[in-house]
Design a protein. Structure first.
Length: 738
């Protein structure tokens, strides 16, 4: 199946107003806006040679953040008025290749304006009372990756109204409850064209979207229509009307599916149309758009294997039964290990969520992908696993209960068609003293079950990020007492890391008793998560996913329980914080029961998984271990490095063979060398007795550290993160923000 044609740029069309009324001359209807080849991949199963990576972006009325200064947002009239000097600020996150900038303006009285981009003159158009459209091709040296300034200079005697603007696509998505999806904005009246070539059974999937504004909205009807044109055939293939007004629900987002079989083999033009019947529709009348339109092949079992990753936040490998733990915490994961490959020694590239998951999804070390500290995001231009799979026709979805992954501005969700985020607002009846919600993971899994039913048999990438057993440790019954003994004290059914630190600081004589209770509850959370994983596996079997998928179980990092006189994670690179479980079941149960003893890294996952899917991998720090494993050889990976930069804890580590070197730079300076075969718990620092081992490792870490520092200094996307109130609340609840 062929994809639609490429275009030079990726654009966001901000339809500030498409019916103009600022002049006595007749209003000029907007031209059709062609976004073929833009943000949406739109077609599943097309020729990979023509594949184009999708880009997700952020919408809402936050597109008004483009308006830096000089615009009167309280005017209430048509368009965005500017008098004197108007400045718009925008980014080019996906490259500075040339694109066609376009704007529609009118002036009262008529005047000549000066339009500049980053100080360079684009043109001096003569404006009339009626709308006129002006455009320029810009790119190369005229553009910056960030903070481009588009300036409109207006004579003081005139008022200019900006009615229509085409800029590079920034970030666009819409949140509907816990679900976030890409949105193609379509303020009525708008026409958007796609060129596609469907095959027999091809299906057009999309959603119609309307969000009620916080201010007055007009009474009337919004109509969504899709016309299909394949000369001489022209047909309306979809129509839906939404009545809006004072009684309209806050959000209306409805899915739809259209059979494109009548147009099989034809280069058909699909025209997405929105119109409004009623009062004049102006920008603050509410958001209107098309949610994630895309074309999928005929229903049936896609021969391409699905990829499913079940990531358990904060799960230590040595607390799983299949890794030798004395408790039966993980019977369902153990069963998967018997049907797949279990990796005995796996190292995270960091000891907290954001950088570790970013390394899994990019194959890069934290300093290379950029998502290192609390205020950092994934670097622009870094390719994610979801983007690669989306370009190969996969439907991609992520379900997560940790804002360090699903936070919209972090960049980790790039390439996902939809993102489901879960958290509980403070004061909710399910609140358990912190962020945990009795039933939160059950809700995630139940939503996941419905998603599996919808996409059964298709080519999918699912990333499932469950938050149990992250602190606070508070498993629901019966797991809250599964491993606990006789205990009385403050940790009866709930404990978090601040409580542990508080009691340790008091040097309570029975602190070890409290600590054991915390571990018991932690193990209960693992067992709870494992039970839900077992239910998930049954649904995979029911919907035909299980035997044809690459199914992965892993973690982002571990958890410390005073192993080195601390608790939690994110502050050391000892094994309890960076040694991970990793279980991979291949389609058909290939290589079932294999235990892989060689050490592998998180960065090796992306190239290896893509190999098992039969797909090429982008350049990365990881290596493809699949060939070695398929041929029965131990995996041959590169340097096993890790890095940490969180809350004034700055560390680097390197594992070579049986030795592990650790350099701490902050909040104090120290060096250590451990023989992790003879001393797996890293208790005995032998750096003084083995200088011939330690010194070359120290030089390698120093080189890596300097490269990491240079990468941070050269990073161009260092502006502060934009977090929503919900995302901030989630991170506060998880202890990542104070």
């Amino acid at each position: 199946m062929n994809t639609f044609p490429r275009t030079a740029g990726i654009f966001l069309v901000i339809s500030l107003l498409l019916l103009l009324s600022c002049a006595p001359e007749p209003a000029v209807a907007p031209e059709q806006v062609s976004v073929a080849g833009s943000y949406f991949d739109f077609i599943a199963g097309f020729d990979p040679a023509q594949a184009k990576l999708g880009r997700r972006t952020d919408f809402g009325w936050r597109h008004l953040r483009y308006l830096e200064s000089g615009f009167d947002l309280e005017d209430g009239g048509p368009g965005m008025p500017v008098q004197g000097r108007g400045v718009l600020r925008f980014d080019c996150p996906w490259g500075t290749e040339p694109f066609d900038m376009e704007m529609t303006l009118c002036a009262d009285p008529p005047c000549e304006i000066l339009v500049t981009l980053n100080g360079r003159t684009l043109g001096q158009p003569q404006l009339k009372r009626g709308a006129t459209t002006h455009g320029w091709t810009v790119g190369g040296d005229e553009l910056r990756p960030q903070n481009n300034l588009l300036t409109i200079e207006v004579p003081q005697s005139s008022i200019v109204r900006l009615n229509h603007l085409v800029l590079p696509l920034d970030e666009l998505s819409v949140v509907n409850g816990k679900r976030r999806v890409p949105l193609l904005p379509a303020m009525p009246p708008t026409r958007i064209n796609f060129q596609v070539r469907p095959q027999a059974g091809s299906r057009l999937l999309f959603e119609t979207f309307f969000r009620r504004p916080p201010v007055r909205q007009p009474e009337g009807v919004i109509e969504f229509k899709i016309m299909a044109v394949c000369p001489p055939q022209k047909e309306m293939i979809f129509s839906r009307k939404i009545r809006v007004g004072a009684e309209q629900q806050a959000v209306a987002m409805e899915p739809a599916e259209v059979d494109l079989t009548p147009f099989a083999g034809c280069d058909v033009q699909l025209i997405f149309i929105t119109s409004f019947e009623g009062e004049t529709y102006w920008p603050m009348s509410g958001e209107v758009g098309w949610g994630q339109p895309r074309m999928l092949p005929a229903r049936g079992v896609d021969p391409q294997p699905p990829l499913i990753i079940w990531l358990v936040d904060t799960m230590r490998s040595d607390h799983l039964s299949c890794y030798g733990y004395q408790r039966d915490t993980s019977p369902n994961m153990d069963a998967l290990a018997r049907e797949g490959l279990r990796f005995e020694r796996v190292s995270a590239q960091s000891s907290w969520t954001k950088p570790s998951i970013a390394s899994i999804l990019t194959g890069l070390y934290p300093s290379a992908h950029g998502a290192v500290g609390r205020e950092d995001r994934l670097r622009r231009g870094v390719t994610t696993l979801a983007e690669v799979l989306k370009s190969q026709g996969y439907t991609t979805a992520a379900f997560s209960a940790n804002g360090n992954f699903y936070g919209e501005d972090l960049g980790l969700t790039r390439g996902f068609d939809e993102v489901w985020g879960y958290w509980v607002p403070r004061g909710d009846e399910n609140w358990r003293g912190d962020e945990k919600w009795a039933g939160m993971t059950e809700e995630l899994v139940n939503d996941l079950f419905l998603w599996l039913e919808r996409f059964a048999g298709e080519r999918v990438f699912l990333f499932i990020h469950t938050v149990d057993p992250h602190d606070p440790y508070a498993p629901p019954p019966p797991y809250d007492t599964r491993f606990t003994g006789e205990y009385s004290g403050p940790y009866q059914q709930y404990v978090d890391v601040p409580m542990l630190r508080e009691h340790a600081a008091l040097a309570e004589p029975d602190f070890q008793r409290h600590l054991r209770q915390a571990v018991d509850l932690y193990d209960g959370e693992i067992a709870y998560n494992d039970a839900l994983f077992g239910q998930f596996v049954e649904r995979l079997r029911e919907h035909g996913f299980y035997d044809r998928s690459v199914l992965v179980v892993t973690s982002d990092h571990g958890e410390e329980f005073s192993d080195h006189d601390e608790w939690g994670h994110g502050h050391t690179l000892f094994g309890e914080q960076i040694d991970l479980p990793l279980i991979i079941r291949l389609p058909g149960g290939r290589n079932a029961g294999t235990v892989v003893d060689g050490r592998v890294r998180q960065v090796d996952l992306m190239p290896s998984l893509l190999h098992w899917l039969g797909l090429p991998a982008p350049p990365s720090a990881g290596v493809n271990i699949a060939d070695d494993l398929d041929e029965g050889r131990p995996p041959a990976t590169g340097d096993v490095l890790a890095e940490e930069s969180l809350d004034n804890h700055v560390l680097f580590s390197l594992i070579e063979g049986r030795y592990k070197y650790v350099l701490r730079l902050e909040p104090w300076h120290s060096e250590a060398l451990y023989d992790i075969e003879a001393d797996p718990r890293e208790r005995d620092n032998i750096i003084g007795s083995l200088p011939t081992i330690a010194e070359p490792m120290a030089r390698r870490v120093d080189t890596f550290r300097r490269e990491a520092e240079a990468a941070v200094q050269s990073r161009e996307d260092l502006e502060p993160l934009r977090l929503s109130p919900d995302e901030i609340a989630n991170l506060e609840a998880l202890g990542y923000l104070q």
